[in-house]
Structure formats: structure tokens, C-alpha cells
Design a protein around this ligand. Structure first.
Ligand code: GLY
Length: 565
């Protein structure tokens, strides 16, 4: 009896010591009781939080934050972009909204090819008016708000308009970004363009033209952007700049409610974005491929866990590039791609003994490189609703084309199509027929706004920018929490790695992976690139703790911020 008591006391002592040690070592994010928002800028998070405090819900906060990003984070936020939203209501209902850009009616399969050489014309799909897809952001916020919003839109837009008038203070990181892209601003804009000025840290950028556009939208609603004065001004500007967008393009734009991709991983249920984003299907393929293995036992970022994740990614990305596109235009074998039988077959060639060369996983020697200038925000409101939104204008400051009169950048999302199916364009973007250009088609995305349930309850809201690395950054954040017992901030902070089939390279962030580990992987046949990706992803996550409180994870790689109450 005494021995049992002694043993129990020892166990208790051991586990409490372990717990205290873990508590001490763990980095914690902001913890709140009721609600939280996390985004790429403090001003944006504060506005989302304000809307929630005024009695708004997650969908109201989404509308405010989407527009606030256009004011405070023009690098990736704009009225001229698009995105995807995944939600989970407090009653457990789920859904997703696609407000991705569309190809204009006058777009055609070979529009970026030289008619004589049949080669992709440099910069045509990335810089200036020809690169622009029909924007979806305003349709997105109105569709979401119309279905689930509580507060009137004029109240939601009020703090955003106030911020645009007051202005946003330039951060050090923002100054560097503006410096980096100034030359390309001049290529497609007048030299007097707002962002071409020599902005320095702590300067304030006022967005007076954007405030006027937002005021018109506040007064006249969604149609102001798609049919009204703003639409006409935008079309005039696009035509003058050499583009093909018409009033009919804008009038025909609709955001679309889609059924999200859902799948289980251990005791988790993952809810993520369906096509035209590849995010959900790819995430499902990777997670289902690694599920049978004991990742926790392999350890965090060890040779074995990196090998396993890399091999699952290699196979999933090969499928992405071949099968996925706009589901309204192509048939996607979604169910097969995530079925146990198919995934087992795909992983049958995997061995811990050596890397599987990508040339043996799928045919074709094509490379995928996507721009990483997107942004994500996560919201959990005080009612228990969760919203996960990834939004983008594609490249940094989109097409660089800035409509001075309306106050926003236009996307270069057309570059996410495959300009010449099966062949990499000059930036390395590839795709098969499934992602070729057609009028009104949506270009394939990697955006992966995701919500995770545990035991039937809301557990995580997560997402990130990062082009093709989005999927793996979301994956690794979920695994860090689930397999390695991290909190959200700690999970977000961890160094990341990425493999996307081609190039056949494991990209790694420069810090956080030892030389020994890299040497071991190299010996097994992996090519490591730890120099070209200073940052992989900028994750914004929220974790519901076991006591019901919320922990935010705002990525220290950017100026990101969690705010809540
Ligand atoms: N433009 C990046 C993406 O949609 O994945």
C-alpha cells in the first residue's frame, strides 16, 4: 500500500516538475477570455476588435478587417484583389466563400503568348493592366455580411474610413518593402503616384482617395463597386492603362459559396478551402499520408519527420499541378485524391532509407514558384463563431498598377493561371490544362484558410500568406500544436521547411535547422536550400485552450498582431 502511495507521489512530483518546466519554456501569445482577431497589422486587428466590442460578430469583423487591410497593408490588401473565407458558426455549421478574381470576358488561352514565337511575353501577366483579374473583395465582404452579419455596413466601414483619413504609420518592414518595389511602381504609374514617394519609417501615409471610394461604397453598397460610379472610374482607368476590363466584367462578378474540404486527422476534423484553391485538397492529401506514422515519436523537425512530411508534400504537389483548377470549368477528382486507397498507393514508394526523386513521382520536369505576397486574418468572436480569411492581390502590391483616383492597387492574379499549360512561364508558374486561361474562369490558388475542430468543438483557426508554401506552413502549424503539444504562438514561431515536388528541393528557413540535420538529409538524397527563403509563411492563428480561453499566434516574421478581449 505504502509503496503504491510512494510511487503515486513520485509520479505526481515528476509530472508537476515537467509541467512547470514546460510552462517556463513555452512562449505564450496573447490570451483572452472571449474574442480574438489576428492579422498582418496592429491597426487592422484593432479595428476588427472594435467591431466585435461594438456587438458585431466575426463576419462583421471580417468586412472591417478586409477593408482595413486595404488601408494599412497595401502590400497585399486592396479593394482590387480577391480571397477565400472558411467559417464555422457557434452551432457547428461550416461553409466557405470564394471571392477569388476571375479572368475578364476578353481573356483567352494564349493571351500571354507571343503570336510568332509562341513564348510567354515577359511581364505581361505580372505587371500592369493586362495582369489584372476581376476583383472579388467587395463582393466577398458583402456576400458574407449579407448572410451572417449583424451590424449595419456603414457602422462597420466607419472606423476604416477614419483610419484612411488619419493615415497609417510606416513601419521599418514597410519602408523596406516600398524601397524594394519603387522602381517597378514607376514602370506602370505616373511618378507622382502616392507610394512612389520616398516614404520613411514613422511617416504617416494618408489614404484620402481610398477614403472617398469607401464612403461611396458605404453610401451605395456593393453595386457601387460593380455597377456604379466607382465601377465606371475603374473601367476607364483600366482601359486607359491598356487593360481589357469592362463594365460587363464587373457587373457579372459574383462571390460563390462553396462546400469546404473536410477530413479527419487523428481526433481532429480539419475544415479548409476547396477549389479553385488547391489548399484544402493538398492539405488533406499530405495529412492523410502522414497520419499512419507516429510523428510525435519522430520528434519536431527531426530527420525522420522532415523526410515523411517532404515525401507527402512531393506527391501532393505533383497532383496539385496536374489535376486542379476552377471547378466550374474542369472536373476535379477530389474524392479520389484524398481517399485512403489512393494515398496509400502514392506513399507505397516512400522509404526512410532514401529520398524519392521527384522525377519518379510524376512525369514532366516543371517547376512551381508562386509569389508570397498574400495575407491572412483569423477571427473568433464572443459568440463562438470562427472566420478564417486569406486574401491577396498576388504579387507584392499586385500588378503595381495603382488607381490614384480610387486609391488602391490592382491585382496581378492572372499570373496564377498557367499561361502556357504544361510549360513553366518565365517566373516558373506552371499548371496543366486544368488551370489554363478562359473567360470568367478563376485561377488556381494555394490559399488555405483553415479551421480545426477537436472532439466536435472549435480548436484552431489558422492561415498564412506564402504562395505555394501556404499549404505547408498551415500544415506545420497544425502539427506543431497537435503532435508536439505547442501553444499557438510557439507553433507559429517555429522554423519552417517546404517541398513542392519541383524543384526537387527542401526549402528551409535559414535559422532553426542544424548543420548536422541538413547533412543527414543530404546524405539520404535530399537537396537542401536554406538560403533563398528568409521567411516561409506569416501565420495568423488562434487556439482554443482547454480552459476555453483563446491564445493568439501572430507571426513575428511580420508586423502582425493579435488583439482581443
Ligand atoms: N496568389 C497566390 C495564391 O492565390 O495562392
Amino acid at each position: 500500500m505504502n509503496r503504491i502511495l510512494l510511487f503515486s507521489l513520485c509520479c505526481l512530483f515528476f509530472f508537476s516538475c515537467k509541467e512547470t518546466k514546460k510552462e517556463k519554456e513555452t512562449v505564450k501569445g496573447l490570451i483572452t477570455e472571449n474574442a480574438m482577431v489576428v492579422s498582418a497589422r496592429e491597426e487592422v486587428s484593432k479595428i476588427g476588435n472594435l467591431i466585435l466590442q461594438q456587438g458585431g460578430n466575426a463576419f462583421d469583423a471580417m468586412a472591417a478587417m478586409e477593408m482595413a487591410l486595404a488601408v494599412a497593408y497595401p502590400y497585399a490588401g486592396s479593394l482590387g484583389g480577391g480571397g477565400f473565407m472558411v467559417y464555422r458558426l457557434e452551432n457547428g455549421d461550416i461553409g466557405s466563400l470564394d471571392f477569388r478574381e476571375k479572368a475578364p470576358l476578353a481573356a483567352s488561352k494564349n493571351m500571354y503568348l507571343d503570336s510568332i514565337t509562341d513564348k510567354v511575353i515577359p511581364n505581361k501577366s505580372t505587371l500592369g493592366a493586362m495582369a489584372v483579374g476581376i476583383p472579388g473583395n467587395i463582393a466577398g465582404i458583402y456576400a458574407s455580411h449579407g448572410k451572417y452579419g449583424k451590424l449595419p455596413m456603414d457602422k462597420i466601414l466607419a472606423p476604416v474610413i477614419a483610419l484612411a483619413k488619419k493615415g497609417v504609420i510606416v513601419t521599418e518592414k514597410q519602408q523596406l518593402r516600398l524601397e524594394k518595389y519603387r522602381e517597378s511602381f514607376f514602370k506602370v504609374n505616373d511618378s507622382t503616384m502616392l507610394f512612389a514617394k520616398d516614404w520613411k519609417t514613422k511617416d504617416t501615409i494618408k489614404r484620402l482617395q481610398l477614403a472617398k471610394t469607401l464612403e461611396r461604397i458605404q453610401k451605395n453598397g456593393r453595386d457601387e463597386f460593380y455597377k456604379g460610379e466607382t465601377a465606371q472610374k475603374l473601367v476607364d482607368f483600366m482601359q486607359k492603362s491598356g487593360g481589357i476590363m469592362t463594365m460587363e466584367d464587373l457587373a457579372k462578378y459574383e462571390a460563390k459559396w462553396r462546400t469546404p474540404i473536410t477530413f479527419t486527422y487523428d481526433d481532429l476534423r480539419v475544415i479548409s478551402m476547396s477549389p479553385p484553391s488547391s489548399g484544402g485538397i493538398c492539405l488533406a492529401e499530405i495529412m492523410k499520408a502522414i497520419e499512419p506514422y507516429d510523428l510525435a515519436e519522430f520528434g519536431h523537425n527531426t530527420t525522420k519527420s522532415i523526410q515523411l512530411i517532404t515525401e507527402a508534400e512531393r506527391r501532393a504537389y505533383a497532383d496539385r499541378n496536374y489535376f486542379l483548377g476552377d471547378p466550374d470549368f474542369v472536373t476535379i477528382p477530389s474524392e479520389t485524391l484524398v481517399s485512403d486507397k489512393y494515398i496509400k498507393e502514392r506513399m507505397s514508394s516512400f522509404s526512410f532509407e532514401k529520398a524519392t526523386p521527384s522525377s519518379e513521382v510524376a512525369h514532366g520536369n516543371i517547376e512551381i514558384v508562386e509569389s508570397d505576397e498574400t495575407t491572412h486574418y483569423s477571427i473568433v468572436d464572443q459568440f463562438g463563431n470562427a472566420v478564417s480569411v486569406t486574401t491577396t492581390i498576388n504579387g507584392a502590391y499586385g500588378s503595381k498598377l495603382y488607381c490614384e483616383e480610387l486609391g488602391f492597387f490592382l491585382n496581378n492574379e492572372m499570373d496564377d493561371f498557367s499561361a502556357k499549360p504544361g510549360v513553366p512561364n518565365m517566373f516558373g508558374l506552371i499548371g496543366a490544362k486544368a488551370n489554363s486561361i478562359a473567360p470568367e474562369k478563376r485561377m488556381l490558388s494555394s490559399m488555405t484558410p483553415t479551421i480545426v475542430e477537436k472532439d466536435g468543438k472549435l480548436y484552431m483557426v489558422v492561415g498564412t500568406p506564402g504562395g505555394s508554401t501556404i499549404i505547408t506552413s498551415v500544415l506545420q502549424t497544425i502539427l506543431n500544436v497537435h503532435e508536439y503539444d505547442m501553444g499557438m504562438q510557439e507553433a507559429v514561431n517555429q522554423p519552417r521547411f517546404h517541398h513542392q515536388w519541383l524543384p526537387d528541393t527542401v526549402k528551409m528557413e535559414p535559422k532553426g535547422f542544424s548543420d548536422e540535420l541538413k547533412a543527414e538529409l543530404t546524405k539520404l538524397g535530399y537537396t537542401i536550400d536554406a538560403t533563398n527563403s528568409p521567411v516561409i509563411g506569416k501565420v495568423e492563428g488562434i487556439l482554443i485552450l482547454s480552459n476555453g480561453k483563446l491564445e493568439g499566434g501572430a507571426d513575428p516574421r511580420g508586423d502582425d498582431k493579435a488583439v482581443g478581449f
